[in-house]
Design a binder for this molecule. Structure first.
Ligand code: 26Q
Length: 859
């Protein structure tokens, strides 16, 4: 076939500076471009445009302003040799794009004005966006914050993941219980993605292997798959904050290789042929909604392999486009494994190098080991990924062989290093031989990586001492810590505009780029006038949230009450039910003494439970049942309110964190790897009540012990109490308040007299209580009393709140990414200069036009 005619830059076109004005940033140009998109893209007269039309038109207007930077970034990266980060993650929980892009472009206020000039409300347009919920929670959201920081720090990076057709399920609450429905986030189309069919790749699955000797007498292996699927990339632009860098998030969608399987079709089996197509395309249909647990589901393993195989092929394509040999893979790419979900990449890269490119095993292993690094996100042993050998071999027969080979060579090394230590061999082996044999993905990830990191100091220590102790003793130098962080662009500048204005007025806007600068706010904690303004900002945020709560749940809440907030996935180890026990204790105090001095509080809960996690679903029902009683008791309802916010997601979070007074971070010490919600609350001026777990410890150190409310056992005490034989009933027997609380539940007080409803919750608590609620109850309730006392002193509380924000600089994801870049990836920033659209030439700084940021265009 002939090559299609290519669009050539003509001399006339190269003097056409139309792109500068077409995508300029002034209010007038935005307004005109927006109207053009309503007409030409949405095909509507302005008067007939729906809410979605308006959103799509503004999204396209903003996208147009990213494209020139996106292309310039790609050209810049293509033409220079620096190392690129490939961030491999099964989840990217990006949240809505439009507002964030307006912030990073620096045109939020201009866009608002442009919309206002058309009698449109920017907030209403922003609210139209259906967020891409392609993640479960912390891990997926971390990947999104990291993408923002990578671009903002001008580091060449690609995010690789899966374009799930259905993201995390939508949660509604019916009769107090969670009901799931599918997340059809693509129903109105996605203006932020570009399908790149020309870079589609093929992925093999199943079948068997054949061993043979090639013409040069070399032993070779051929993988004969049972099926092949297409992987089609969909690219979204990731713009940095006020820089020209636009990195790419590349998500893969599975498609059938042939629209019709002619073989089957010709046999007359039309439906059978179509069915095959449907089966292939099922691969990227849905995100698995469980976090921190894994059942060995075949489709999930296929998903993991699929996106990793697509991504590695894509990296090899980029490598060869630069004319570099496959053996320089590790020099070109720093591949980060976001947990073990993409760890199969280690075996896949070995396969590509050895089988497809004929690289000798030792060299292939050198390349692989110098390319990969692994981040662990869990301390729960049950969450460590393992795949049944039988299933693994059925889907990835060649990879199982490669894993055996890696394992054999590795265990030889261990045998010599730890002479005679047989049990160490069984613990370190990539194959778990206990019971049903399993492939241990964490061991594979550790073995194939040059660096292994935890996500908070405590987590990294416990990783070394406990979960990955044997691996640590093998390679102590591989281990490091990078404490998590979150992006101040989304989590302050976008979600809390009032605070952003106030802070910027006081100390300038440098803190948005460099959050350490927010420390300059410290002296303002002693400024009474500033404290009042801070209070006013927070009060307004609380009013906004109260309005949202009323719209979404019908419950009226008082913005003058303390907003005591716990939003995160529902889990036993996170202990939402401990917070509920405290509410019941307060309820009991008021009922026993109507004049009891109780600080008015509104308890807000939000979070999804994995659909198959019955205990977690019962915890939701527990919250809503207590809410029912408390909110309807005339004696109590003006002092205590309990609300469960349905469908907590990124969009919702942006409204909640800025309105919280108290942040609940109450996991059992030693269980939460880091937590990142804790950081979002603190930045926005909420005070934390928390256990000495995950990043809470570092948060307390940063903010100051006087401004953090700690309670409960620490990790060492948890271990000690477990070792000594924990008996929860002792606490029940010796604490009358705890006993009263548990008895109320046991007698069915919160379940209309039906004692059976919450029996599974509380029988477990009295007998085993694996997350030690009863051990921490007294300390928690006591600490909450200190919190109430502090809240009663407005000056003290506002001071604490200001200092909490002022000292949160360390928890910016920019700091985290700098640590990864320096210590793990060894990558440098590559500033991007704008290219001229038509000529493909680098544009002079003077011509870059408004919003060109060309002054930041260095070397
Ligand atoms: C694995 C296999 C099969 C199906 C699902 C999964 C799966 C999916 C998601 C396992 C785990 C997750 C998510 C884990 C997660 O979000 N962990 C959190 O990561 C945050 C970022 O580091 C930490 O702050 C949290 O402490 C940690 O719980």
């Amino acid at each position: 076939m002939n090559e299609p005619t290519r669009l050539r830059a003509t001399p006339a076109a190269s003097t056409d500076h139309g792109d500068d004005t077409r995508t300029a940033m002034s209010g007038a140009t935005i307004r005109r471009a927006f109207l053009d998109h309503v007409f030409y893209t949405q095909g509507k007269l302005p008067g007939h445009a729906s809410g979605n039309d308006l959103y799509q038109a503004l999204a396209h207007t903003v996208r147009d302003r990213l494209v020139q930077r996106w292309i310039s970034t790609a050209e810049t990266y293509q033409s220079q040799p620096s190392r690129t980060v490939a961030y491999l993650s099964a989840e990217f929980l990006m949240g809505p794009h439009l507002g964030n892009n307006l912030v990073n472009l620096g045109i939020f206020d201009d866009a608002r004005a442009a919309m206002a000039s058309l009698d449109l409300d920017l907030d209403e347009i922003l609210a139209q966006e259906v967020e891409p919920g392609l993640g479960n929670g912390g891990l997926g959201r971390l990947a999104a914050c990291f993408m923002d920081s990578l671009a903002s720090l001008e580091i060449p990076a690609l995010g690789y993941g899966i374009r799930y057709e259905y993201g995390i399920f939508q949660q509604s609450i019916i009769d107090g219980m969670q009901v799931e429905s599918t997340d059809t986030w693509l129903r109105n189309g996605n203006p932020w993605e570009i399908q790149r069919s020309e870079w589609a790749v093929q992925v093999r699955l199943g079948g068997h292997t054949e061993h043979y000797t090639d013409d040069r007498g070399h032993y070779r292996v051929r993988w004969v798959p049972a099926k092949t699927v297409h992987g089609v990339p969909f690219d979204s632009p990731i713009l940095g904050y006020q820089v020209n860098t636009v990195n790419t998030l590349r998500l893969w969608r599975a498609e059938a290789t042939e629209a019709f399987d002619f073989h089957t079709f010709n046999r007359g089996d039309y439906l059978g042929a179509v069915n095959k197509k449907v089966t292939s395309e099922n691969l990227t249909k849905v995100l698995y909604p469980n976090d921190e647990t894994q059942q060995g589901k075949e489709l999930r393993l296929e998903q993991q392999y699929f996106f990793v195989a697509c991504s590695l092929q894509d990296m090899l394509r980029l490598l060869s486009k630069q004319g570099l040999p496959v053996t320089s893979f590790h020099e070109k790419f720093a591949v980060q494994l976001n947990d073990t979900h993409p760890a199969i990449g280690i075996a896949e890269l070995m396969r590509l190098l050895v089988d497809d490119h004929g690289v000798a095993w030792p060299e292939a292993w050198h390349v692989t080991r110098h390319a990969f690094a692994y981040t662990n996100h869990t301390l729960l042993p049950e969450a460590l990924e393992q795949w049944p050998l039988e299933l693994f071999g059925r889907i990835l027969p060649r990879h199982l062989e490669i894993i055996y080979e890696i394992n054999a060579r590795f265990l030889d090394e261990v045998r010599i290093r730890f002479y005679g230590d047989e049990s160490r061999l069984t613990r370190l082996s990539l194959i778990n031989e206990h019971g049903q044999r399993n492939v241990r993905m964490a061991n594979l990830a550790c073995l194939g990586s040059h660096t292994i990191n935890g996500v908070a100091e405590l987590h990294s220590r416990l990783m070394r001492e406990d979960v990955l102790k044997d691996v640590y003793e093998m390679w102590p130098d591989k281990f490091t810590n990078v404490t998590n962080g979150v992006t101040p662009r989304r989590w302050i500048a976008l979600s809390n505009p009032r605070m952003t204005r106030l802070v910027t007025e006081a100390i300038g806007d440098g803190w948005i780029r460099d959050l350490d600068q927010i420390r300059a706010l410290e002296p303002y904690a002693d400024d009474a006038a500033f404290r009042e303004r801070w209070y006013d900002v927070r009060r307004e945020n609380k009013r906004d949230l109260a309005k949202l709560v009323r719209e979404n749940t019908g419950v009226v809440i008082d913005p003058d009450s303390m907003f005591d907030v716990m939003v995160k996935r529902i889990h036993e180890y996170k202990r939402q039910h401990l917070a509920v026990l405290h509410i019941i204790a307060l309820y009991h105090r008021i009922k026993s003494d109507p004049h009891a001095d109780i600080t008015p509080r509104t308890f807000l809960f939000g979070g999804k439970a994995a659909p198959g996690y019955h205990y977690a679903k019962l915890m939701i029902r527990f919250v809503t049942s207590v809410a029912d009683v408390v909110n309807n008791d005339p004696q109590v309802r003006d002092r205590l309110k309990v609300v469960f916010l349905p469908n907590f997601n990124v969009t919702y979070g942006q409204r909640i964190y800025p309105a919280a007074d108290l942040s609940e971070q109450i996991s059992l010490a030693g269980k939460e790897a880091s937590g990142t919600g804790n950081m979002k609350f603190a930045m926005n001026g909420a005070i934390t009540i928390g256990t000495m777990d995950g990043a809470n410890i570092e948060l307390r150190d940063a903010i100051g012990a006087d401004f953090f409310f700690p309670f409960g056992l620490n990790a060492a005490e948890v271990y000690a109490l477990k070792a000594a034989g924990y008996r929860p009933a002792t606490f029940y027997e010796s604490n009358p308040e705890l006993r009263a609380v548990i008895d109320l539940i046991q007698h069915g007080f919160f379940s209309k007299g039906d004692a059976a409803v919450f029996r599974p919750l509380f029988e477990g608590l009295l007998q085993h209580d694996p997350y030690m609620l009863l051990a921490d109850f007294a300390s928690y309730v006591h600490c909450q009393q200190d919190v109430s006392h502090a809240y009663g002193d407005r000056t003290r509380w506002q001071r604490m709140s200001i200092l909490s924000s002022a000292r949160s600089g360390r928890f910016s994801s920019d700091r985290a990414i700098r640590e990864y870049a320096d210590r793990i990836w060894r990558v440098e920033p590559v500033p991007v200069c704008l290219l001229h659209r038509a000529s493909g030439q680098v544009q002079g700084a003077q011509q870059a036009g408004e919003g060109g940021f060309s002054e930041r265009c260095g070397s």
